[in-house]
Design a protein around this ligand. Sequence first.
Ligand code: FES
Length: 269
Amino acid sequence: MNAKDRAIAGALGLAILGSLGFMAAYVLHASIQAEGLALAVALLGFAIAAIGWANWIIGDDRVIDQIEEYPSDSADRSAAVDELEQTEEEVTRRGGLVKLLYAALGIFGIAALFPFRSWGPAPDGALFKTKWKPGDRLVRENGEILTKDALNVDSIVTVFPEGAIGDASSQTVLIRLPDGVGQSVDGYIAYSKICTHAGCPVALYRAAAHQLMCPCHQSVFDVADAGKVLSGPADHALPQLPLEVDSAGYLRAKGDYPVPVGPGFWERG
Ligand code: FES
């Protein structure tokens, strides 16, 4: 093995070391920087090997050989045999390099599979459900449990299921309406706070018109008519949370939202 071949072998060895280093860093939960450094070393090894392979083995010198008339003399024939033997030796040597290249690519391929573990479990139905369950009491962000006397007429508050305060998909606006307005339960009505256009929080309430407005692109929803879109880019009504009031006067959810909350996507027509 000449110096050039040894350099290529060294570069492939560097690629193998980098790949093994990446696997070790990933398994040991080392820093992202350590993983990145190991990956960079592996890729650097491959890059050097590829350049070396192209420049040193293939070569770019042009060889022009004069074709002489046949039959060739015995000296030429013996020179051709010598050349053939030398070529055979080179092919064998390069065969070792090819095996090393396969090994480096194989180990790098295994290392590339490691990050798949970071994908975590499949979301299953999580994209279509929130944390609301039948019987959940409605609580404010500060943990206060809400009863039917908690709000004044035309007031609005953000609520969560008891035990899931802060859960993004469950955030809900609870509104107290005047008597006779909308399909309320003891004057209360609740909608998902996540805009059905692009997911902004629907937080602006025009009490006089019973309308919720999204500040992002000005979609307006009719609180008194099942959250229907009155204007703006949203094309789906705000999902309504089914409510009930228990014998002790606590506001409770009768179940989860009947449709997925948030922006419309593949499950909607
Ligand atoms: S996100 Fe609400 S209107 Fe666009």
